[in-house]
Design a protein around this ligand. Structure first.
Ligand code: SAH
Length: 437
């Protein structure tokens, strides 16, 4: 970049989008990079989105999504990932959020007339971190938790999981992708020495058009994988670079403890085991044996590593590669506690009916085979299957299996996966512990 008339050029950025080049002499200061000054305007508002008449109700109530059907017009200069000012049909400012063409046009981040301050990310992340501290996370024995849970933490489109010194950041929107460096900087400032590295992993979660440019990479520091975490004193090797999602399912932490309370002196089967979370809790709680089933050979390798890491025998506690449906059909009768924690059978509303059939069959097979007086811990993480529908599906499975069931315990997602009262769609995980007679 050439200096003009002996003046330093100034490059103005919003996130990583260059807005303009101008000459120095301006009173705003920036960071001096060799022969250019980079002025980063992180939260600059790039344009307005006008709502149709009478469509501001849900925004005023605090729902964070503005659907395309509510939008009258968006400023033509707005690009995916820009900050937009949302106004009603009279031009009154309702708030600010990330613009993106598609079904959800704006993901709201700020309500009211005041635009996001320069320290927006630091303030918003500090709030999420303070809440975790109030929940005793981290605590002795648990050094991994979800630090940011999207809408539940007022940051739609952003997930951050914390694994014993390493933050894994996952963006689901163009806006969060654009802000990734600002988010990482704010995390580093807030967490200090508690943060060794920030890894960005969004290639699989961003809109398809952005995936090519979104490298999975370290934004700060570096950490070797696998990386050991402790959850309620169970050790797990986590590999965020190659594993599913951010590397580990933190949302089952409390449910693993609930199930563990029933495992003493029981023979346990953990289907859809992935990293073996439920298996380890069961063994620590005194299970006679805990077998793990997954269709993926890689998942079983991880489970075996984790069994060894905690001093458990991988011959006695078998790790079996199989389709869970097939395995239950032949072998459910060998167990007196069975865990069913499948992946989401429905990712969209259109697949809801098929998903219900899937949950019904899975639960029916487990109930049909399990020993009399056995226990079933059954889960669904499909957001479109709500609590009542899941319950009804499980009851219908009991009818089909011809077994009596009693509900011993109802489960959900832990408090580090909060649900905003104004965004009930954030509730996705539900589970039941059943006695099967
Ligand atoms: N229960 C785990 C998370 C499960 S993730 C935990 O507590 O961490 C879902 C797992 O189901 C994945 O590991 C995937 O490989 C496995 N899976 C998907 N379909 C399967 C099938 N039909 N039979 C067995 N495992 C399956």
């Amino acid at each position: 970049m050439q200096a003009k008339n002996g003046q330093m050029p100034i490059l103005v950025f919003s996130g990583n989008k260059k807005l303009k080049t101008c000459q120095s002499g301006s009173r705003r200061s920036g960071r001096n990079y060799a022969n250019a000054v980079i002025l980063v305007v992180e939260n600059m508002i790039n344009g307005k989105v006008w709502l149709r008449k009478g469509r501001e109700e849900s925004v005023l109530r605090g729902h964070p999504w503005i659907f395309s059907g509510s939008v009258q017009q968006a400023d033509p200069g707005l690009a995916d990932g820009d900050w937009a000012e949302v106004v009603n049909s009279h031009g009154k400012t309702l708030g600010y959020g990330h613009y993106q063409r598609g079904t959800i046009t704006v993901r709201m981040l700020v309500r009211g007339e005041e635009s996001p301050p320069p320290d927006f990310w630091k303030t918003r992340l500090a709030r999420a971190l303070d809440m975790r501290r109030a929940l005793n996370l981290p605590e002795a024995g648990t050094n991994a938790f979800r630090l940011v849970h999207g809408e539940g933490d007022g940051m739609p489109g952003l997930i951050i999981d914390y694994y014993n010194g390493v933050a894994v950041v996952q963006a689901h929107s163009a806006g969060m992708h654009r802000q990734r460096h600002a988010i990482a900087d704010a995390l580093v400032q807030l967490m200090g020495t508690a943060l060794q590295a920030v890894y960005y992993k969004s290639r699989g979660t961003l809109p398809v058009a952005l995936r090519a440019e979104a490298a999975d990479e370290y934004l700060y520091g570096h950490a070797a994988v696998p990386h050991c975490i402790s959850e309620n004193n169970c050790l797990f090797d986590v590999n965020w670079e190659e594993g599913q999602k951010t590397g580990f399912f933190l949302d089952q932490r409390e449910n693993r403890s609930w199930v563990a309370r029933h495992c003493h002196n029981r023979t346990v089967l953990n289907t859809f085991c992935y990293t073996g979370g439920f298996t380890l809790y069961a063994l620590k709680a005194g299970a006679l044996r805990a077998d793990s089933v997954d269709v993926s050979a890689r998942a079983l390798e991880i489970t075996k590593t984790n069994l060894r890491l905690n001093g458990f025998d991988t011959n006695h506690n078998r790790c079996l590669q199989a389709d869970a449906f097939d395995y239950l059909e032949t072998s459910a009768g060998n167990y007196d506690l069975i865990i069913l924690d499948p992946p989401a059978f429905a990712k969209h509303r259109e697949s809801k009916h098929q998903a219900v059939k899937g949950y019904q069959r899975l639960n029916m097979l487990a109930m049909k085979g399990i020993k009399e007086g056995g226990l079933l811990a059954t889960f669904s993480c499909s957001q479109v299957i709500d609590r009542q529908l899941f319950y009804d599906t499980v009851v219908s499975a009991a009818v089909l299996a011809g077994r009596d069931i009693k509900i011993l315990h109802r489960m959900g997602q832990p408090p580090d996966h909060p649900v905003s009262a104004f965004h009930p769609e954030g509730e996705y995980l539900k589970g039941l512990i059943l006695w099967v007679g």
